[in-house]
Design a protein around this ligand. Structure first.
Ligand code: MG
Length: 387
């Protein structure tokens, strides 16, 4: 590998962000080198990725599952590591420059934490890390000299637009939301939404959990919380606007009234690439806007009555402490119950609100406390029944 190549570890390499990251790296010539790849259970896919990329390590995070797996066709120079210790060993290695944190859900917290603690550049696709433990993670990054760069498309857009002015010149940031497949549904129609309908997202192709989050707009609620900690901006200065085309990925309004936006087709490869090449920009494989054919851009305010997740997101961003971890875990468990046909689509947010209301709030929790509350909130949701 060339001396100048940046060594990258991708946590969650078989998921949507992980595979897009490999496409970006493939198109970047010898700029990057794949040092490590991790997967939870998709070990056949992990093996094919290893054969194609010849990484120094692959990490199977579900050790029991990995012990049943017949490893074959691995490059002779690739070492197989297991579990959280495996992640720790790979991401903290001195040869590693950038860690792409793309494990979905709260399972991604520990690996991201380890990468931040090791002072790496972290391309953060796992928004749950900041939702659960935003103040702790940002403080750790400051102490350990880690750089956290957003991969979430909205936060990448805000990050890019923030380079037009100073932090104290920002009046507000405006996160765009596609509105999901049900933005025109009445409250009565929302109550009848099926799993199949919720999994059919109009503009982004993503995994089932985040697709349901997009439909309930809980994804935007989590992104409000993520933005609050990532940019150190007050929740009152974070607004949401519905933008069905998903071309404007978010905006920053400055005190003089100028609004800076970042536009591109909905393609995760662009924010991933920006996080990998920052502060430089390079040509890359992401789709480009075609102004020759013409297109429209629409914006409308969100309806918090039909999409109460947004109200909850602002509340949790305001109170901080343990609330983010509880909301995040409660939502993951509630989405799973919806996917298992146990609760209605419109019961996901009330279930989260109920569990939040029942928890022992602490304004200054430890990481272990947050992880315990994560487990507690999941249990609470399994017991929850609609009043
Ligand atoms: Mg997003």
């Amino acid at each position: 590998m060339p001396q100048s190549a940046r060594n990258i570890v991708i946590l969650g390499s078989t998921g949507s962000v992980g595979t897009n990251t490999l496409e970006v790296i493939a198109a970047a010539g010898d700029r990057f080198s794949v040092a490590g790849l991790s997967a939870h259970r998709r070990l056949a896919e992990l093996t094919s990725q290893a054969a194609a990329w010849n990484p120094r390590w692959i990490i199977a995070t579900d050790r029991q599952h990995a012990e049943q797996f017949r490893w074959s066709d691995l490059p002779s120079t690739t070492e197989v590591l297991y579990g959280e210790e495996g992640i720790q060993q790979a991401v903290s290695h001195s040869d590693v420059d950038t860690v792409v944190a793309a494990i979905v859900g709260s399972a991604g917290l520990r690996g991201t934490w380890t990468a931040v603690e090791a002072g790496k550049t972290v391309a953060l696709a796992n928004k749950e890390t900041l939702v659960m433990a935003g103040p702790l993670v940002m403080d750790l990054a400051r102490r350990c000299g880690a750089t956290i760069l957003p991969v979430d498309s909205e936060h990448s857009a805000v990050f890019q637009a923030m380079q037009s002015g100073k932090q104290d010149e920002i009046r507000r940031i405006i996160l765009t939301a596609s509105g999901g497949p049900f933005r025109r549904h009445t409250a009565a129609q929302l109550a009848e939404v099926t799993v199949e309908q919720a999994l059919d997202h109009p503009t982004w192709n993503m995994g089932p959990k985040i697709t349901v989050d997009s439909a309930t707009m809980m994804n935007k609620a989590l992104e409000i919380i993520e933005a609050r900690w990532l940019f150190g901006i007050e929740p009152e200065k974070i607004d949401v606007v519905i933008h069905p085309q998903s071309i404007v990925h978010s905006l920053v309004e400055y005190v003089d009234g100028s609004v800076m936006a970042q536009l591109s087709p909905p393609d995760m490869k662009l924010p991933i690439q920006y996080a990998l090449t920052y502060p430089e920009r390079t040509s890359g494989p992401a789709d480009k806007l075609d102004f020759a054919t013409g297109f429209g851009l629409e914006f409308e305010p969100p309806d918090e009555h039909r999409f109460p997740a947004l109200t909850l997101g602002h509340e949790v961003a305001r109170v901080g402490g343990t609330a983010g971890a509880v909301l995040n875990a409660a939502n993951e468990a509630a989405v799973q119950r919806f996917l298992d046909h146990e609760i209605r689509f419109t019961e996901i947010v009330p279930a989260c609100r109920a569990v939040l209301g029942n928890h022992n709030f602490d304004s200054n929790p430890s990481l272990d406390q947050l992880i315990q509350l994560d487990a507690w909130a999941r249990q609470e949701v399994t017991r929850w029944v609609c009043a």
